[in-house]
Design a protein around this ligand. Structure first.
Ligand SMILES: [Zn+2]
Ligand SMILES: [Zn+2]
Length: 177
């Protein structure tokens, strides 16, 4: 896994998994590759296991109670982390692993996502693991903005909320435009 202060590709992968609307083996394999993982081929059963895993990842995002957020992430680490070690496998730069590179893709994906979330909370504000503020949108994100004030999953959601707020203001003030 390739970490930075915001959890690197592990935290981003966790968000992508939580947001996924299609969890077929094919779609998940592409998603895992896009987040820097190798040997991402999945069986149907493995795809199912990852689809289940994201239900454990989801509550970490948008959790405003720090104690609860920490507890949730420690539960994830309890399941995944066994043997932290540095590896430069496959010609990559040295990076941290909590699991053997020989482990199956599900173990590696669990390890990477739990580790990413743990890093994000440990090295920056846990609030950076956010959930969209637009009512009805459950999408999550990793806030890598400089000021850490991101509120929405996308520009689309931000615009929809801003347009609605703009309308409300005008209705209240009796303005016609
Ligand atoms: Zn690696
Ligand atoms: Zn949204």
């Amino acid at each position: 896994m390739h970490f930075n202060a915001y959890g690197g590709n592990g935290a981003e992968l966790a968000a992508a998994l939580v947001n996924a609307t299609n969890v077929s083996p094919k779609v998940l394999a592409v998603m895992l590759s896009e987040h820097g993982m190798l040997r991402t081929g999945l069986t149907q059963a493995q795809a199912h296991e990852l689809a289940e895993w994201r239900h454990k990842l989801a509550p970490v995002f948008g959790e405003r109670d720090q104690d609860i957020q920490i507890k949730l992430v420690n539960e994830l680490l309890q399941i995944t982390a066994s043997k932290p070690h540095v590896s430069a496998h496959d010609g990559r730069e040295p990076h941290l692993h909590f699991f053997s590179v020989d482990a199956d893709i599900v173990s590696r994906a669990k390890d990477t996502t739990a580790g990413g979330l743990a890093m994000a909370i440990s090295f920056s504000d846990g609030h950076r693991l956010g959930r969209c503020d637009r009512t009805g949108c459950e999408r999550v994100y990793v806030d890598t903005s400089r000021n850490g004030r991101r509120r929405f999953c996308s520009l689309t959601c931000a615009n929809r909320v801003n347009v609605a707020a703009h309308r409300t203001r005008h209705v209240r003030s009796g303005s016609r435009n």
